[in-house]
Structures are given as structure tokens and as C-alpha cells.
Unconditional design. Structure first.
Length: 337
């Protein structure tokens, strides 16, 4: 190429190079005008950071319209992460509430506080069983992320929360209990003796220390065969070792309702490869034997995922097919070979 032509191309090449690097941070720092000073931080509104950095998460929550509880709404909200034990702030409309109505029996109303998939995934379904006449209420498994939801629900329903009971000691089922006891100081916290022995020792929880919440000490330690009176209702505790050594299910026999935490799921059972578990074989035997007296149309509400019935699981759950061989008295520690 002639020298003159090369000289003519030089400015064009320089211009092209300038365009290519125009978007680089170094270039922007040199040419961009100084930005306005950042505004002073606002008063604390309860927002926190996750792993030391401000974070935003997209949350999908099923809502139920107040006054039309058969009609679910779906709301997506992008919100900063709040204190994980209290839950993510939801910018829901004033005519919608983030709980789910489940049952209206002759004596009880039952609600679910659905688990969140974010920000920590250490969440679970929580439940409320309320005596219709007295409004006395049992909370089951108020995990991390449920506290604001429960407070809002209790105010709306004028619920008198007297008892908070957990199916087992994992933080996704117990993480909201301490804060809820502050909101409802007359309530008593209940858990099994076996799980209480380890769940109050943070160093043994095998969960990240930044979760920053631990269960309270139980006011009453539950065992299989115990009952929890809630107004005119009686909730039976069924010992269910497996997922944890002190796992429990809570049964409302007359209403044909069973709250089983992480012991039984639709099509599956609770994992037993975590600390403080027993064995899968023991869990299977317990599920078959100790639930044997409950009818097939008993509705099972698990800690995660969809609800089911005992009949559906006896027919289709690969871990339960085969019946309750060996018998055993439901709700006790008895297991027959």
C-alpha cells in the first residue's frame, strides 16, 4: 500500500479504536462528569444485606384475596432482602393477604403460610389451626420468612395464638419462633425432647452462622401420645423419628388432618442423611406403623411441596407401598419387627 494511503487510513483507525473502547470503565472514568453526591442514608426501615452486600430477589408468592379465599392471585415483587427470620417485604395490594386458607371444619379453621423460595431457601410451609369459637390458635412450624405473614394474619383474623409447636428442630421450621414469641408473649413454645437437646446449640445446627436466629427453649417438651388442647380442639402428637431423632407429626383425628413436617411428602419421605437423623428404614417403618390407624382420606400437609392424602401415599408412594407390616401403636415409640 502506498505510504500516502497508509497515512490517510491512520486517522480512521484511531477513530475506530476510540469507538471500541468508548464503553470501557477506564474510558468512562476519564470522560464522564462527576455524579451527584449520594443521598444520606434513610432511617432504618428494617432492610438488611445478604452476605454483606445489598441484594434484590424476585419473589413469587401465591396470594389469597380477603373475602374471596377461593380465588388465588399471583403476584411478583422485586424487593430488597429483609431480615431473613422475618421474611421478605411484599408489596401486596391492600385487598390481598399472603396466607392460604385450607379448611373450614365444624370446629376449626386451618391456614397455611407458604414457604418462600428466596432469599435463603431455608423456609418451609407453616400452618395455623384455629378454634372457631374461641379463636385460640396453634402455630405449627413458623420457619424463617414467616414472621411478618403470621403477624398480619393474626391481626386480620383476631387469632389468639397460645401455642407454637414444631415438627422438628431444623431452622427452616423453627427460625421464626423466637420473634413470634416476642409478638405473642402468652404463647408457649413446644418441641420434642430429643430435638430440643440439639437445636438450641448453634454450633451443632450445621447451618451458616449468618442466619442469626435460633429457636427458644421449649416451655413444654412433647412426646408421642401427648395432646395439645387448643380451645375445644385436641391435637395429637405422633412420634416420627427419621428425618430427625425427635420428629413429630400433629394429628387432628376428627378433622382428618395431619401435619407431618418433613417426615412425609407427596411421593417421597424426609431425607435421613443430615445430622440428628436416624435411618431411612426406621423412618419408613415409623410412617407405616404409627399412621396405620388414620384413614385413607386423611389430608397430609407437609413442610414443603403440595398437600396429599394418606391413601394416595399408601397407594403410590414408593416408600410406603406394602402396608403397615408388623403393626405398632400409633403415636408411641413402639415398633414391632
Amino acid at each position: 500500500m502506498p505510504r500516502a494511503a497508509r497515512g490517510a487510513l491512520a486517522p480512521a483507525l484511531l477513530a475506530l479504536i476510540a469507538l471500541i473502547f468508548a464503553g470501557c470503565p477506564e474510558s468512562e472514568e476519564k470522560t464522564e462528569k462527576p455524579s451527584a453526591p449520594a443521598p444520606a442514608p434513610a432511617a432504618d426501615d428494617g432492610l438488611t444485606t445478604f452476605r454483606g452486600k445489598p441484594a434484590k430477589v424476585e419473589v413469587e408468592v401465591k396470594m389469597v384475596a380477603d373475602g374471596d379465599e377461593s380465588s388465588p392471585l399471583a403476584i411478583r415483587s422485586i424487593t430488597p432482602v429483609r431480615e431473613k427470620a422475618e421474611g421478605v417485604r411484599l408489596d401486596y395490594p391492600p385487598d390481598a393477604i399472603p396466607y392460604q386458607f385450607l379448611h373450614d371444619t365444624e370446629r376449626a379453621e386451618v391456614f397455611r403460610f407458604p414457604e418462600y423460595k428466596e432469599p435463603t431457601r431455608l423456609t418451609s410451609h407453616g400452618y395455623a389451626v384455629m378454634d372457631k369459637e374461641t379463636r385460640e390458635t396453634l402455630l405449627i412450624d413458623p420457619g424463617m420468612g414467616s414472621v411478618r405473614m403470621v403477624r398480619f394474619w393474626a391481626e386480620q383474623k383476631k387469632a389468639q395464638i397460645s401455642t407454637i409447636a414444631v415438627t422438628h428442630g431444623h431452622i427452616d421450621h423453627t427460625g421464626g419462633a423466637a420473634l413470634l414469641l416476642e409478638s405473642f408473649p402468652k404463647a408457649r413454645f413446644m418441641a420434642s425432647k430429643e430435638d430440643a437437646a440439639w437445636m438450641n446449640e448453634p454450633d451443632r445446627l450445621n447451618f451458616p452462622s449468618h442466619m442469626g436466629t435460633w429457636p427458644p427453649k421449649p416451655a413444654r417438651e412433647l412426646a408421642g401420645g401427648d395432646t395439645i388442647p387448643i380451645g375445644g380442639l385436641l391435637i395429637d402428637a405422633i412420634a416420627m423419628p427419621g428425618h430427625t431423632v425427635g420428629g413429630l407429626c400433629f394429628s387432628l383425628a376428627e378433622e382428618k388432618l395431619l401435619f407431618c413436617g418433613d417426615a412425609l411428602f407427596r411421593g417421597s419421605i424426609g431425607r435421613t442423611d443430615l445430622p440428628h437423623a436416624t435411618t431411612m428404614l426406621e423412618e419408613i417403618a415409623n410412617l407405616k406403623q404409627r399412621l396405620a390407624a388414620l384413614p385413607d382420606d386423611t389430608v397430609v400437609h407437609p413442610g414443603h411441596g403440595a398437600s396429599t392424602t394418606l391413601g394416595a401415599e399408601r397407594r403410590g408412594n414408593p416408600y410406603l407401598i406394602g402396608g403397615a407390616e408388623g403393626g405398632g401403636k400409633p403415636g408411641t415409640g413402639e415398633i414391632k419387627p
